[in-house]
Design a protein around this ligand. Structure first.
Ligand SMILES: Cc1cc2nc3c(=O)[nH]c(=O)nc-3n(C[C@H](O)[C@H](O)[C@H](O)COP(=O)(O)OP(=O)(O)OC[C@H]3O[C@@H](n4cnc5c(N)ncnc54)[C@H](O)[C@@H]3O)c2cc1C
Length: 384
């Protein structure tokens, strides 16, 4: 459309270094991600090399300590990087978000020895992670999981099936949550499994509505032996790890939602200024202008909510409830804004010549992952 498709967002960043990081992200995303998104989506191919490029640029370990190869950035900066990636291509942003989530149990609950052994490769971007919590019989009620880890000598023998695992088949390591004790949340442990472990087998890829370049599949664990030295945190202390990882992960999903909605808004505005009906640009009809005004306002509100929760986290304050509100608001917002963007384009919004129909399909999953928006409401209601 002849104008910059990703106009600069006015951001207040805490340091010069953070500003430079956002500039670098935009540069890489403009050059490497945006031009390739449609092709990879059409082929359903995971962009492993592009994700490696993001890793080499330091974008795969941003909120983790420098001594292990991380970027030592505040969460609010990491989230704004994610947002800029999501504007260009959700799959790339999701890859960074899921990988960051998958590094969290080791970075936060791992022993010194485990951190030294595993984190540098994870944060350097050579190894990609997956997070295996959900199961076929239950995602929301994760504490009811049935995958078992039975101690046998120096190993846990893991048997069961995990479901909906992002990066299934392309990840190098998985966090595997499994039952090592009695029923409920108090009998679950977190193991860090090498993806190449015999007995770990990704099953057929799901045929998803959107983000088709991102592989999602069940993973079967058929007596897979995972060394007891790969237990993260305490035995039967895994559920706390899972929930604490998701608090941060939900902010990541919120930031992705903001970036996606910003992309839809920018595209719709560009289109509305050029498309003419009744002898004038449709932007000049109040029905369209007000719709775009509401979209712009919602994007700004969601960004503010996500960053406010992140700043609580950065200050070392409890932030889980605010993260639930931010995830809920930002992802519902992204669904509305991307749907409205399709409406602004009329019939052209419904076909894949324009990216807004893809944005709308991508927005839907954000209301489901890392706790559905019903579960976020449950978390918020309980806190009131
Ligand atoms: C593309 C994709 C990628 C994913 N990636 C991963 C991943 O990498 N790792 C992973 O572990 N999981 C992943 N998931 C799984 C995701 O987290 C679950 O789908 C989600 O938690 C919901 O679980 P469920 O699908 O079993 O739905 P269910 O839990 O069966 O829920 C069905 C419906 O009931 C509602 N519901 C359930 N309980 C309540 C309640 N108490 N009150 C009100 N409503 C309720 C839900 O909101 C939902 O609308 C992914 C899912 C998708 C679609």
């Amino acid at each position: 459309m002849g104008v910059n498709p990703y106009p600069r967002v006015d951001r207040i960043l805490p340091t010069e270094e953070a500003s430079a990081l956002i500039d670098l992200t935009c540069e890489i995303a403009d050059a490497e991600l945006a031009p390739r998104a449609e092709d990879f989506e059409a082929r359903g191919e995971f962009p492993r090399e592009l994700v490696r490029t993001l890793g080499r640029a330091g974008l795969l370990g941003l909120p983790y300590p420098e001594e292990y190869g991380g970027g030592a950035q505040p969460y609010e900066v990491y989230l704004q990087v994610l947002e800029e990636l999501a504007r260009r291509w959700m799959v790339a942003a999701e890859a960074v978000s899921v990988h960051t989530l998958a590094c969290y149990p080791t970075a936060t609950f791992g022993s010194d020895a485990q951190r030294k052994r595993f984190l540098p490769d994870m944060l350097g971007g050579e190894l990609l992670g997956g997070y295996c919590l959900s199961e076929p019989a239950g995602g929301s009620d994760a504490a009811a999981m049935t995958t078992r880890g039975v101690r046998d000598g120096d190993d846990y023998v893991v048997t069961g099936t995990k479901a909906w695992i992002t990066h299934a088949g392309v990840a190098d390591f998985y966090n595997v949550f499994c039952r090592t004790g009695g029923p409920g949340a108090g009998g679950i442990s977190c193991l860090l499994a090498d993806a190449a472990t015999p007995g770990i087998k990704p099953l057929a890829r799901e045929r998803t509505m959107g983000m088709r370049a991102s592989p999602v599949a069940q993973i079967a664990f058929n007596g897979a032996r995972v060394g007891a030295d790969r237990l993260l945190g305490e035995e039967n202390g895994g559920f706390r790890i899972a929930m604490s990882a998701l608090d941060g992960g939900r902010l990541g999903i919120g930031a992705c939602a903001v970036g996606l909605a910003q992309a839809a808004l920018d595209y719709a505005v560009g289109y509305a200024k050029e498309r003419e009906q009744f002898g004038r640009p449709i932007m000049q009809f109040q029905g369209i202008g007000f719709m775009l005004a509401d979209m712009a306002t919602q994007v700004s509100a969601a960004r503010a909510l996500v960053l406010a929760a992140a700043r609580l986290r950065d200050a070392g304050r409890p932030f889980g409830i605010e993260a639930a509100k931010a995830k809920l608001f930002a992802t519902d917002m992204a669904m509305r804004v991307t749907t409205d963007a399709v409406q602004v384009l009329g019939g052209y919004g419904y076909v894949s010549d324009h990216p807004v129909e893809r944005y709308m399909r991508e927005a839907k999953v954000l209301q489901i992952v890392e706790g559905t928006n019903q579960i976020q409401r449950l978390v918020i209601a309980r806190s009131l």
